[in-house]
Design a protein around this ligand. Structure first.
Ligand code: NDP
Length: 253
């Protein structure tokens, strides 16, 4: 039976207090899921919770640094204490830092890999026992166009976003027997705080993205809500290990 119903499900969205994470959180909440926002900035998380309130679902915010294993473990413990289950994990928290491969510092490299890749691993590992105990779950990892393409001055970011796709395939294999599906979303160019900084730094980027994208526009966080809901729901139960672009066609032209 085809179902997008998430009514009794609990979803953790890392970095869910803004941008793409909040867009996906709206999609999951529209499906009826209880939403846990796991991000560092508590004020921003409180504002995001207000924006999600009209969905009339359970909402919890937990200050979390995904790059810190003890912070992740503590967050998962709080969620389990409150709700007794975790069904959906969206590994969305992500950052970019550093310049080209010849100048990026060790600190910048470790920071980006620590959040974008290792953080996703910490979170996946931490929720696994709870998902297994309830008979299954959904993990949605956020890649990028840089999971496919290279780009100047993004060595750590591109490496982390390439790695997250391979990690997704590995999770799909490791936990298939536990009825856990793992998939990646590869967003195109989406208007968020992250890309607003880039657009200011590289003025031609605005127009270049619009010109190359068949949809002829930048995406918005809402554009990720539908795919997020689909990959979190029983409707996608036979899809695992996939990396699906949501990019207005950017990657096909
Ligand atoms: P934003 O900067 O708007 O959001 C990133 C979120 O990650 C913030 O809410 C931030 O919250 C959170 N975050 C950062 N570091 C940590 C950390 N250590 N622990 C927990 N949370 C953290 O960016 P986007 O919405 O654009 O990006 C979301 C994801 O989408 C990222 O993985 C990004 O790489 C990816 N992406 C974005 C694209 C775009 O065009 N915008 C394109 C392709 C991929 P806080 O500061 O409160 O912790």
């Amino acid at each position: 039976m085809l179902s997008f119903n998430l009514a009794d499900k609990v979803a953790i969205v890392t970095g869910g207090n803004g941008g793409i994470g909040l867009g996906i959180a709206h999609g999951l909440a529209a499906g009826g899921a209880t939403i846990v926002i796991a991000a560092r900035d508590e004020e921003k998380s409180a504002l995001a919770a207000q924006q999600l309130a009209p969905h009339n679902v359970g909402i919890m915010t937990i200050a979390t640094d995904v790059a810190d294993r003890s912070s992740v473990d503590a967050m998962v413990e709080v969620v389990l204490d409150a709700f007794g289950r975790i069904d959906i994990l969206v590994n969305n928290a992500g950052i970019n830092a550093g310049g080209s491969a010849d100048v990026i510092t060790d600190e910048e490299w470790d920071l980006v890999m620590g959040v974008n890749m290792t953080g996703a691993h910490y979170c996946s590992q931490a929720v696994y026992p709870a998902m297994k105990a309830k008979g299954g779950g959904k993990i949605i990892n956020i890649g990028s166009m840089m999971s496919i393409f290279g780009r100047k001055s993004t060595p750590a970011y591109a490496a982390s976003k390439g790695a997250i796709v391979q990690y997704t395939k590995a999770l799909a294999c490791d936990w298939a027997d536990d009825n856990i599906q793992a998939n990646a979303i590869l967003p195109g160019w989406i208007d968020t705080d992250l890309t607003r900084r880039l657009r200011r730094a590289i003025p031609p980027l605005e127009e270049a993205v619009t010109q190359r994208t068949p949809a002829a526009k930048w995406g918005t966080p809402d554009d990720l809500a539908g795919l997020g809901l689909f990959l979190a729901s029983p409707a996608s139960d036979f899809i695992t290990g996939a990396a699906i672009p949501a990019d207005g066609g950017y990657s096909v032209q």
